[in-house]
Write a protein that binds this ligand. Structure first.
Ligand SMILES: [Mg+2]
Length: 138
């Protein structure tokens, strides 16, 4: 399955409504959540590297690595959601900026820069409802 940034955002928005219906979670919590998951990811990588070096210690699997990469990606999108950042567009822009800076030809094609995405319905092209973000479709 080819998961898109948009599909992940939609799922994160929907699940967040279940978990935090009053919208109490601050950006600082999202940042800590992301840091925690990146820490878990690094711990798995540490164990894989340790094993590759033939050193004693507990082991990890590539399945665990994949799970922690997924956790980190989810939390990165949750943090982006907190700031209404379209993570797909932000990623595309950052990738292309770095390519241009270093003179590389590889770029991610797309519609261009539009960093905001509605935190209520997770769309950016059709959201015209004032009770949502109200930043699109005007
Ligand atoms: Mg985790």
């Amino acid at each position: 399955m080819n998961l898109t940034f948009t599909a992940l955002r939609f799922a994160n928005v929907q699940r967040n409504k279940e978990w935090d219906p009053e919208g109490k979670i601050p950006a600082s919590f999202r940042a800590l959540e992301l840091a925690g998951e990146v820490g878990e990811l690094c711990n798995i990588i540490k164990k894989l590297v340790r094993e590759s070096l033939g050193l004693k210690g507990s082991r990890a699997t590539f399945l665990q690595l994949a799970q922690e990469l997924g956790d980190a990606q989810i939390c990165l999108d949750l943090l982006a959601m907190q700031y209404s950042v379209d993570l797909g567009e932000a990623t595309r822009a950052a990738f292309n900026d770095k390519s241009r800076e270093l003179g590389w030809e590889t770029e991610i094609i797309g519609p261009g820069r539009s960093f905001a995405i509605c935190n209520i319905c997770a769309t950016k092209d059709m959201c015209t409802q004032e009770e949502h973000c109200g930043i699109f479709g005007e």
